[in-house]
Design a protein around this ligand. Structure first.
Ligand code: NAP
Length: 281
């Protein structure tokens, strides 16, 4: 069984991006810039943003974090986003979620210009992805996609089952695999026989939030299994896949932690570089 080492794949991607940023610097005499807006002092968000900033600096991006207290008015945040939309030194804008209740998440997402939407949440990017056009793609499913491609470069005709239909994970994952000519089934909480669906799959992507939902006898021999879930349990962090059981049947499997997680930030950097490149066209 291939244990897909997310840390290693993410480090390789960061190295490629570092070289690319260097080449862009030579070509355009400037580097891509990522600006993160962080509202409030929730500990997980603080940690995510610190990691994003560290990784951005590591690959040579210009990175900036704008911090606001959680009492900040929505109007101020939207005005700042509009200012960043017009700032040529900013290639990518990310507003760290979740937001305080008085700030409308959808309004924030739609105020970021689709050209700088490094999270891929703007309806224009969602539409472009589902139409098969060039777009920013949400970072977590993009990371899953890149890891699957490392294991199996030709996905044409493969049967993929996506467990979970969130806008953040399941839906964009479906679009990415459709584009690769997979036959994709998207499942959710009302799916009648999830085990039977999974047993058909050459590729399973689990993004549910239920510890060890996908069992060993749900998985076809030699399937590729990607575990997006991060669940805190008495036994520490576990994914949505029963790792010990599934590792006995799968061809390749991501661990939790150390699988999908490290790829998410690396893909944010990739999206920033890609936004910069599109802006220079
Ligand atoms: P979400 O928005 O809560 O969506 C969960 C999805 O799972 C929903 O579509 C839901 O179906 C479906 N579901 C719930 N119970 C089910 C069941 N028994 N059988 C089949 N499907 C079921 O979750 P999310 O934001 O996509 O996150 C999923 C997991 O990924 C969480 O553990 C989260 O922490 C983790 N995550 C990890 C990363 C990373 O970087 N590794 C990033 C983001 C999220 P309905 O639509 O019918 O309700």
């Amino acid at each position: 069984m291939i244990l897909i080492d997310g840390k290693k794949v993410a480090a390789e991607l960061r190295e490629e991006l570092k070289q690319e940023v260097n080449e862009l610097k030579t070509k355009y005499n400037k580097v891509p810039g990522l600006t993160v807006i962080l509202i409030g002092d929730m500990a997980p968000s603080q940690i995510y943003v610190r990691n994003k900033e560290k990784s951005a600096n590591e690959v040579g991006l210009k990175s900036e974090v704008i911090r606001y207290p959680d009492t900040i008015e929505e109007k101020t945040v939207l005005e700042k986003i509009k200012e960043l939309n017009n700032d040529e030194s900013v290639s990518g804008i990310l507003v760290q979620l979740p937001l305080p209740r008085h700030i409308d998440k959808q309004k924030v997402i739609e105020t970021i210009t689709p050209l700088k939407d490094v999270d891929g949440f703007h309806p224009m990017n969602v539409g472009n992805l589902s139409s098969g056009y060039e777009s920013s793609v949400p970072c977590t499913p993009l990371g899953c996609y890149l890891m699957i491609k490392k294991i199996e470069p030709n996905l044409s005709g493969k049967k993929a089952v996506i467990v979970g239909r969130s806008n953040l994970n399941g839906k964009p994952m479906t679009q990415l695999l459709l584009k690769e000519n997979c036959t994709v089934t998207i499942t959710h909480s009302r799916t009648k026989d999830l085990k039977a669906e999974c047993l058909e799959a050459d590729i399973i992507v689990a993004a549910v939030g239920i510890p060890e939902l996908v069992k060993g006898d749900w998985v076809k021999k030699d399937a590729i299994v990607i575990d997006v879930g991060i669940n805190k349990t008495e036994n520490g962090l576990v994914g949505d896949v029963a790792f010990d059981e599934v590792s006995k049947v799968a061809k390749a499997l991501t661990p939790v932690p150390g699988g999908v997680g490290p790829m998410t930030i690396a893909c944010l950097l990739k999206n920033t570089v890609d936004c910069f490149k599109r802006s220079q066209k």
